[in-house]
Design a protein around this ligand. Structure first.
Ligand code: ECB
Length: 135
């Protein structure tokens, strides 16, 4: 069993977020606000169902899934697109493929050095976020 991602996590770094948002077609004004945010990630698991909340002073985004069960995702408040999303374990990494209008879209979450890592990718851009546990 991979190590649990559950808990409350606060962002400590966010690399290439602007280029990632440009790849998603996010406008300049929203990008400038988004770039200043310190995101909080809350990951909960009940049975085989995960709930992932991304929280900020500007917008929140919550979604929920079962591992290896495709679901319809609407990225409300982000780029407002519909995707067919599938989350699965890839070794110790929880990975998601988001099929839709944008090519090569998805993310990976894993724990490394007691930190929560997130790699978000879209087209040719990769955004790397790291979160520390909130005690
Ligand atoms: C809820 C956070 C608000 C972020 C800024 C708002 C608007 C910017 C619009 C689009 C930017 C695209 C993504 C924002 C980056 C991170 C937030 C959620 C990323 C995400 O989807 O994380 C995964 C894995 O934790 C869950 O979807």
């Amino acid at each position: 069993m991979p190590v649990s991602l559950c808990g409350t996590w606060d962002m400590v770094s966010n690399v290439n977020f602007e280029e990632f948002m440009i790849a998603l077609g996010i406008g300049l004004y929203t990008r400038k606000i988004a770039l200043k945010l310190k995101l909080r990630k809350v990951i909960e698991q009940v049975g085989d169902r995960y709930v992932v909340k991304t929280i900020s002073t500007f917008r929140n985004y919550t979604f929920s899934f079962r591992v290896n069960e495709e679901f319809q995702e609407f990225t409300k408040g982000l780029d407002d697109r519909h995707c067919k999303s599938l989350v699965d374990w890839e070794g110790n990494k929880l990975m998601c493929i988001q099929k839709g209008e944008k090519k090569n879209r998805g993310w990976r979450h894993w724990i490394e050095d007691d930190k929560l890592h997130l790699e978000l990718h879209c087209e040719d851009q990769i955004c790397k976020q790291v979160f520390k546990r909130v005690i």
